[in-house]
Design a protein around this ligand. Structure first.
Ligand SMILES: NC(=O)c1ccc[n+]([C@@H]2O[C@H](COP(=O)([O-])OP(=O)(O)OC[C@H]3O[C@@H](n4cnc5c(N)ncnc54)[C@H](OP(=O)(O)O)[C@@H]3O)[C@@H](O)[C@H]2O)c1
Length: 299
């Protein structure tokens, strides 16, 4: 029986993943049970549980706040993965870790591939990259899954913000010059289960970084329009309240019109070919991912 230690169980990805891995012996730990800022605690807990596999979706994900909380972001996104990786290596265990599109600067025109130059533009991106580097240096079987624009029925995310704002206001202004793949936590969880089944950790060349997003691309503006469209298609049958914002009243704005503390890449498009070629796994297109989430959304 495989023993799995899962972190961040109250986060979007951790929460979606937990029900799908219950055929294994799972130790799902929230922040209260394992505070990732405490290296000694991480070492103690991992040594006690002795997992075969650690899955680490926990992270400091407040991208803008990280600009002023650099040390905390570094502790959770870089130091904690390093400690988890060192402890896993000590036990001959394996590690699956999540990273981000924000390790790139976004200046490339085409979708990024895993061997492209990284150049994070934000504290969040730099701390996540440091986490990746530390895991790679620990010399254990590992998968680092770079995903993007995560949302789902659970947790705080763009989908929920758009629905809330569209129910309060007649007009929305949404950034239309950043491009990427909205990726649902459900799609991530489904693909991860498949990956756990197909990964042969003894094959060293399978360890490494993989792009791991729903396929296809859009802008935040395009994503908002699709959210409203899907919401309106379901609202009557579901008895959901009508929205005040219609699709025509979602104004496309530029990044310059919406300044944020953290700089974000304009091009966040990740090419997932390596995942498909290595494991035969492909996440659904982002529109399908959204439809699946909307089916189980409660408003
Ligand atoms: N969200 C995105 O748009 C996005 C985009 C690209 C990549 N990613 C990456 O994908 C992964 C999963 O993201 P997500 O959206 O599921 O993140 P999330 O919803 O923000 O969840 C993160 C989890 O980490 C936990 N956490 C934070 N600080 C902790 C600490 N000191 N000790 C223990 N746990 C702590 C949080 O606990 P609490 O519940 O107690 O706060 C939360 O459960 C992360 O690696 C993230 O960097 C996310």
């Amino acid at each position: 029986m495989k023993k799995i230690l899962l972190t961040g169980v109250n986060g979007q990805v951790g929460h979606a993943l937990l029900p799908k891995i219950l055929k294994f012996q799972v130790f799902a730990l929230s922040r209260n049970e394992l505070d990732l800022t405490n290296s000694d605690e991480i070492r103690r807990v991992v040594r006690e549980i002795k997992p075969d596999l650690i899955i680490n979706p926990a992270a400091y994900t407040a991208v803008d706040k990280a600009e002023s909380e650099q040390e905390l972001a570094y502790a959770i996104n870089a130091k904690a993965p390093q400690t988890l990786a060192e402890e896993a290596a000590r036990l001959n265990a394996k590690l699956i870790h999540f990273s981000t599109d924000y390790v790139y600067d976004g200046n490339k025109e085409m979708p990024y591939i895993e061997t492209d130059l990284v150049n994070p533009m934000s504290v969040y991106g730099r701390t996540k990259l440091a986490g990746e580097d530390a895991i790679r240096a620990a010399g254990l079987p590992h998968l680092i899954l770079r995903t993007s624009w995560v949302y789902g029925t659970y947790g705080k995310n763009f989908l929920k913000t758009i629905i809330r704002l569209a129910s309060e206001r007649d007009n929305l202004r949404v950034v239309a010059d950043q491009f990427g793949a909205p990726t649902s936590s459900e799609s991530i969880a489904d693909a991860l289960i498949e990956l756990v089944g197909k990964w042969q950790p003894e094959l060293e060349n399978q360890s490494g970084i993989y792009h791991f997003t729903n396929t296809g691309f859009t802008s935040w503006h395009g994503f908002s329009c699709e959210i409203i469209k899907e919401y309106n298609a379901l609202s009557t049958n579901r008895g959901w309240p009508l929205l005040k914002t219609s699709i025509d009243n979602i104004t496309a704005i530029t990044t310059v019109d919406y300044p944020t503390p953290a700089k974000r890449p304009t091009n966040s498009k990740l090419d997932n070919s390596k995942l498909k070629q290595t494991f035969g796994i492909e996440l659904p297109c982002w529109q399908r991912g959204l439809q699946q989430v909307m089916q189980s959304l409660t408003v």
